[in-house]
Design a protein around this ligand. Structure first.
Ligand code: SF4
Length: 336
């Protein structure tokens, strides 16, 4: 574990006991986030992204549970804390932004009161200071006429403005880390970009780390510093976002990138996007060897029998036999 990391996730396994056996929707996931860094976690539905985020903050739906592995926040082990202890970590040290703002906001309380209550709960400040902080929080996230909007209720805001309020709520406790799970998926594309830029700017200014969970490679490209690509509960590729997107190494990452419209291409209607054939395997029907092998256009015999391990390869780290295959096919150095 690096001392510079804000968050360190090591070999995280989430398991769900069922009558048909133990399912592992997250299986040995490791990654880290530094202060002020935005790390994207991307993959199709069923990749294990949201359940990883939920495991970090103790919000797994029963009977799912952490089977093994560790989660450290600021060097402190948080994966073995009790529910009551984790409640103090949530909000104060980790803020959350979910896809549907209405799940985070109380429809019966004005947004000003929700912000002020949250500030008082986490920062030990007076009600009048909390009210001032609530006003500043609404100004910071760009709510127009913030003073008069303090007493408005969530349903009186548009979808984009509501998500801004949720970001204000996540940040008001001055957390070290924000976990944002598909924070803009329900918004119009133009509003989506504004909300993402807002989240990015505020977290940069406050040196807050962000784990941004999304299925959208476009969002990853625009917003994140590093990216963790998940497939069937395992890390497929991890690396610097720019390098992973411009020169993907794992066939699954290449597929995700190829299926994403390029915003710089103004003639998108005439550009055919690639599709990854097939779909994510169910947890009860995982193939042997590499879990991506039935869909992979670079599959080799070894892929059908042997699970690849994460290996540094070019500019990133991939769980793919191509890494060792290419290494073993490099021309040997000539000796004179
Ligand atoms: Fe494809 Fe084989 Fe790499 Fe899996 S290990 S992604 S099947 S090449």
């Amino acid at each position: 574990m690096s001392e510079n990391n804000l968050l360190d996730v090591k070999d995280l396994v989430v398991e769900i006991p069922t009558r048909r056996g133990l399912l592992q929707p997250v299986n040995g996931v490791s990654f880290s986030i530094a202060a002020g860094e935005i790390v994207g976690v991307v993959g199709e539905s069923g990749a294990g992204k949201s359940i990883t985020g939920a495991a970090l903050i103790g919000l797994l739906d029963k009977p799912a549970r952490i089977g093994s592995g560790t989660v450290h926040l600021n060097g402190k082990l948080i994966s073995s804390l009790s529910e009551a202890q984790l409640r103090t970590v949530r909000g104060r040290q980790i803020g959350t932004v979910f896809q549907d703002p209405l799940t985070s906001l109380d429809p019966l309380m004005s947004v000003g009161n929700q912000l002020a209550e949250t500030a008082m709960a986490h920062l030990e400040i007076s009600r009048s200071d909390a009210r001032k902080k609530a006003l500043q929080a609404l100004i910071d996230v760009g709510i127009p006429a913030a003073k008069t909007r303090l007493d408005a209720y969530p349903h009186e805001f548009s979808g984009g403005m509501r998500q801004r309020v949720v970001i204000a709520l996540a940040l008001i406790g001055e957390p070290d880390l924000i976990i944002a799970d598909e924070p803009t998926t329900a918004l119009d594309v133009s509003v989506q970009a504004q909300v993402l830029m807002l989240l990015k700017r505020l977290c940069r200014e406050r040196n807050t780390g962000v784990m941004l969970i999304t299925h959208d490679m476009g969002v990853i490209a625009e917003t994140t510093d590093r990216v963790v690509v998940l497939y069937a509960g395992r890390v497929a590729e991890i690396g610097n976002t720019k390098e992973v997107i411009t020169a993907s190494n794992h066939p699954y990452t290449k597929g995700l990138v190829g299926a994403t419209p390029n915003p710089s291409n103004t003639d998108d209607e005439n550009v055919r996007l690639n599709q990854i054939p097939g779909s994510m395997p169910g947890l009860l029907s995982l193939p042997t060897g590499c879990p991506f092998n039935p869909r992979c256009n670079e599959v080799m015999e070894v892929c059908k029998t042997t699970l690849p391990v994460l290996t540094p390869y070019k500019q990133s780290t991939i769980a793919c036999h191509l890494a060792s295959h290419h290494a073993s096919h490099l021309p040997s150095e000539k000796t004179s």
